[in-house]
Ligand binder design. Structure first.
Ligand SMILES: [Zn+2]
Length: 119
C-alpha cells in the first residue's frame, strides 16, 4: 500500500500551490485517480486525516474522481477500457485482437482543483 506516500505528495503540492497564491486555508481538494495507478481511493481517504494534520489543509474535504483506464490500440487506433479487456494479464484490443497498446488515460494521480476558504 503506497497511498500514504501519494497522499503526502498531494498535500505537499497543494501547500506549495497555496503558498504561491497567498492562500491561507484550503477547504476542499478534488483529486483525480486513474484506475491503472493501483491507488485505492478508500485507502487515500483513510490516510487523509493524518496527512493533513497541522497543515493549511487541516479539516479540508477530499473528493476523489476515478479516471477510467483507457488504452489506444497501436494497430487499429481504437480506444478501449483496459480493465474490461484484460486477457491473461494484458489488455487485448476488442476490435482487432491486437496486444499492442499504449495508455491513454488512467495512469495519473492529479489535483483537479482546490477550494479556498476566504477570511
Ligand atoms: Zn485494435
Amino acid at each position: 500500500m503506497h497511498e500514504m506516500g501519494v497522499v503526502l505528495n498531494i498535500v505537499r503540492t497543494a501547500q506549495e500551490a497555496a503558498k504561491a497564491n497567498h492562500v491561507a486555508k484550503i477547504g476542499r481538494l478534488t483529486l483525480q485517480v486513474g484506475e491503472l495507478t493501483g491507488v485505492i481511493p478508500k485507502y487515500v481517504h483513510a490516510c487523509w486525516p493524518a496527512a493533513i494534520e497541522h497543515t493549511i489543509l487541516e479539516g479540508a474535504n477530499l473528493v476523489i474522481e476515478e479516471i477510467e483506464g483507457i488504452a489506444t490500440c497501436k494497430d487499429c487506433g481504437c480506444d478501449y477500457s483496459v480493465l474490461e479487456n484484460m486477457n491473461a494479464d494484458q489488455p487485448v484490443c476488442p476490435t482487432c485482437g491486437s496486444k499492442q497498446w499504449k495508455v491513454k488515460t488512467g495512469r495519473e494521480v492529479m489535483i483537479k482543483d482546490i477550494g479556498v476558504i476566504d477570511d
